[in-house]
Each structure stands twice: as C-alpha cells, then as structure tokens.
Ligand binder design. Structure first.
Ligand code: SF4
Ligand code: SF4
Length: 82
C-alpha cells in the first residue's frame, strides 16, 4: 500500500512571512504563537488529516521551511542542496 505524503514544517527555517498561508486552498496553515530561534513565529499545520499533500505551500515557500515527507524532494535532498 502506498504511503500518503505528509507535510513537514521545519520551524527553525520559517520566517513567518505568511506567503504559504494564502496558497493553501483548505486554509490549513496558520502562524503559531511561539517564536523560533530567529525570533519569528513559524507556521503550523492545523490538520494533518485534512492536508491532501498538494504541495502548493511547499512550492511557494522561499526558505525551504516546508517539505513533503514521502515525496522526491524530501528533507535529505533539501539538506544536500539538491
Ligand atoms: S500541502 Fe496543500 S493542502 Fe496541505 S497545507 Fe500545503 S497547500 Fe494546504
Ligand atoms: S513556511 Fe515559508 S512561506 Fe510559510 S511563513 Fe514560513 S517562511 Fe514564509
């Protein structure tokens, strides 16, 4: 059985610019109340169950703070700069 892709947020890379929020047509992303080490409020995913893994938010993030686990462009490839 194929495993579902899962959106992973890397809060330490997020600058809280909110670009991704407007590209989720399910409105599943929101700014969290906590701050990361850079002093930004990173986004959080409201519901993994409702996320269909479309990747729109991933494509729009300029800081590679989002990726889809189980996709080709996973965390390892991002860390390796591929
Ligand atoms: S992967 Fe798609 S559905 Fe899931 S949070 Fe991102 S834009 Fe929304
Ligand atoms: S995940 Fe990316 S696009 Fe979304 S708020 Fe953070 S830095 Fe901006």
């Amino acid at each position: 059985m194929a495993s579902k892709t899962r959106l992973i947020i890397r809060p330490e890379r997020c600058k809280g610019c909110e670009i991704c929020l407007s590209f989720c047509n399910k409105q599943l992303l929101s700014v969290s109340n906590t701050f990361n080490q850079q002093g930004y409020r990173p986004v959080s995913l409201l519901s993994h169950e409702r996320c269909n893994g479309c990747g729109a938010c991933v494509l729009m993030c300029p800081d590679l703070a989002l990726y889809l686990e189980g996709s080709v462009a996973d965390e390892q490839s991002i860390n390796e700069g591929k």
